[in-house]
Ligand binder design. Sequence first.
Ligand code: PEP
Length: 258
Amino acid sequence: MRDIIIAGNWKMNNNTQEAEILVEEIRQNVRSINHVEMILCPPFTSLSKVAELTKETNIKVGAQNIFYEDNGAFTGEISARMIKELCDYVIIGHSERRLLLGETNQVIGKKVVAAIKEGLHIILCVGETLEQRERGETQLVINTQLAESLSKVQEFENITIAYEPVWAIGTGVSASVEDCKKGIRTIRSIIEKMYGTLSMQSSKILYGGSVNPKNIESLLSEAEIDGGLIGGASLDPENFVSIINKSELFYSKTSIND
Ligand code: PEP
C-alpha cells in the first residue's frame, strides 16, 4: 500500500480573504480522502487562517520558508519556532528562493537543521536548471544540493525530497516520466549512500513541475514517484481537488518496496 503526498505551494498568492475561499472549496471536496496526505502551504500572512480552517480536518499545513535563527535582529524573517505554533511542515530550498533570493546550499542546510530542531516535517526541494541539464550536470547538481544541505543531518527522518527540475516549474511543460524517474533514482541512491538502505526505502520523493489533473496519473503510475509538489494548479480548487481525487486511486497500487 502506498500513501501519496500532494502538497500545494501557493507561493506569493492569496490574501487572507482569498485564502479562506480557497481552503473552503478544497476542504468541502476532500472530506472522503483517506490515503492522500494533503498539505497546503500558504504565504506566512494567511498561515494562521489556513491553520484555523483546517484544524481537525484531514488537511495539513506548511510554510514556504523559514529563517535559520530562532529569534533576534533579523528584520523581516520568520523562524521555525514561530511557524511551529501554526503548522507541521515547511518547504525548504525551493528553486525560486535559490535563484531569485540567492539561497545557497549552506543556507538551506542551516534552515534544515533549524526545522529539525523544532520537529517540523521538511519538504526539501532539489533540481537542475535548463542550462545544467543541457550541460549534462543533472546528477551532479542533485548530488551537491543534497550532500551540502543535509551535511549536518545525522538521521534521515521527517524529510521528504521534492525533485523539481527548474525548467519544468511554472512552464506548463512537465518533465517526462522518464526524466522524473531518473531524477528520483538519483535522489534515492544519494540517500542510500548518505543514510543507508532502510532510509532510502522509507524515503518519500515527490515530483514538482507543472503537475496538473491531466498528467498526475501518468506520474503516479510510476511506483518511484510518491506524490507531487504543486504550484499553479494548487491555486485552482477544481484542479487541486481533481489531482487529489486521482491520487487517492493510487493508494492500493504497489509501492516501490513491494
Ligand atoms: C512549484 O513551485 O514548486 C511548482 C512545482 O510550480 P508549478 O506546479 O506551477 O510548476
